[in-house]
Design a protein. Structure first.
Lengths: 207, 231
């Protein structure tokens, strides 16, 4: 892609006489290359940062160049949560629920001063940084950040994805707390949602 | 169902052509004619009339405020059809009363009137609800209650609107409320995350029967009374 440096250069010698196309590479590299270049964002826009996010996605800055062609407005089909704007306490359980609904592997970008720290809203109503609710990979400073800053953050995230290995510890999901009202037992999830799948019925809870 | 009558702006006869007022004095000037009409009709219940920046403030006795607003709405010579705001003001000087403010507009007569009722220090925070006259007062009064804790007597469903219903720190626009709230950040976050989003945001997706036990008290009462959750 030209944007991403391969971690280690590998030398592959090819005999032109045997024109069967094959290439040897590390599986990690291949998987990460695929993931880094098809990050589907889930925009969580609450304030003026979301306007800059829209500008980033529109034709002038064109996030599609980075493999973010598809805006997933459903957390179930998204890889990156981009939280753009301040998050009031009333929205905190919603944001966390959305994060928990995203499938692994997943990443989060905190866009703007308010999402990262609460910004100028150091008051009774606003969450002081979304990293108190969900794990954040990249913070974007700015009030609001320009589209270039968001694109820079996305490229940083791509570099981070490229450095992951399959043997490294998987990201820890937040352990469900059965005493919390957010907790839904798997049996309840299956009661509420219908089984899906054609030949083999599958359940949302995965159990 | 309420039958609405169409009102054309400035349809009362003999009205001047609207123009942007210029060189309006800070105090004084011509008062809204409704103020004089109120004086003639209600006498002692009209405590004071002042004209500030060309707008007329009428300070009324709180116990007759509802009656006054109803007359302003119903009387054809006034016909204030539109309630644009219900709000309140608390001053930093705690000896001053808390003001409850109604902004009324007459489309027909092209008039704007600001009514104020005073709640003296130490008095219970209460004001009459104008919901029966203006249905639009519903959310305005709920917001005023949410921010100031003023109880609008007669409102059918007075509960918090901007903050969540379990919010226990008080009323944020009161002068004795600290900017960052009363609880620690950790406690605020813990309470916020303990909220159940489904109880508020997607009642249609969950069956109401399933979520019934988690719903707020007033909502349970409304569903029990046969009210539907959808619009």
């Amino acid at each position: 892609m030209g944007l991403i440096d391969a971690p280690t250069p590998s030398v592959v010698s090819v005999d032109p006489a045997h024109s069967e196309g094959w290439v040897a590479t590390r599986l990690d590299f291949l998987v990460n290359w695929g993931r880094a270049n098809s990050l589907w964002p889930m925009p969580f826009g609450t304030a003026c940062c979301a306007i800059e996010f829209m500008a980033s996605a529109a034709s002038k800055f064109d996030l599609a160049r980075f493999g973010m062609e598809r805006m997933g407005f459903s957390p179930r089909q998204a890889d990156v949560l981009i939280c753009a704007g301040r998050v009031p306490f009333k929205l905190a359980p919603v944001l966390r629920r959305i994060w928990q609904q995203m499938p692994q592997p997943k990443w989060a970008i905190s866009m703007g001063a308010c999402a990262s720290t609460g910004g100028m809203f150091d008051n009774y109503a606003v969450v002081q940084g979304i990293d108190t609710i969900i794990p954040v990979d990249v913070y974007v400073p700015g009030c609001p950040p320009r589209p270039e800053a968001l694109i820079h953050a996305i490229m940083m995230l791509q570099k981070k994805v490229m450095k992951e290995t399959m043997s490294s510890t998987p990201r820890e999901e937040m352990v469900p707390d059965p005493t919390s009202q957010l907790y839904i037992p798997p049996s309840r999830i299956d009661t509420l949602s219908q089984a899906f799948g054609n030949s083999i019925p599958q359940t949302r809870s995965g159990q | 169902m309420t039958a609405f009558t169409v009102v054309t702006a400035g349809s009362a006869p003999g009205l001047p052509v609207p123009a942007t007022p210029k060189q309006v004095p800070h105090r004084g000037g011509e008062a809204n004619p409704s103020a004089e009409a109120l004086r003639a009709k209600f006498g002692g219940a009209i405590l004071r009339v002042e004209v500030v920046w060309g707008e007329t403030n009428v300070i009324v006795a709180m116990d007759r405020a509802l009656e006054i607003i109803r007359w302003l709405h119903d009387d054809p010579s006034q016909s204030y059809e539109y309630l644009s705001d219900v709000t309140a003001v608390e001053f930093r000087d705690s000896t001053l009363p808390i003001e409850v403010i109604w902004h009324l507009r007459s489309i027909k007569h092209r008039r704007f009137l600001r009514l104020k009722g005073m709640i003296a220090t130490g008095q219970p925070l209460a004001a009459p609800s104008v919901y029966d006259i203006y249905k639009g007062a519903d959310w305005l009064e709920r917001e005023c209650y949410d921010m100031f804790g003023i109880v609008f007597e007669g409102h059918p469903d007075l509960r918090r609107i901007l903050l969540w219903e379990q919010y226990a720190e008080g009323f944020p626009l009161r002068k004795d409320f600290p900017l960052r709230g009363r609880f620690s950040r950790a406690e605020q976050l813990r309470q916020a995350l303990a909220a159940n989003p489904e109880a508020r945001y997607s009642m249609e997706e969950l069956s109401v029967a399933d979520a019934y036990a988690e719903l707020p008290q007033d909502m349970r009462a409304r569903i029990k009374g046969g009210e539907s959750t959808g619009e």
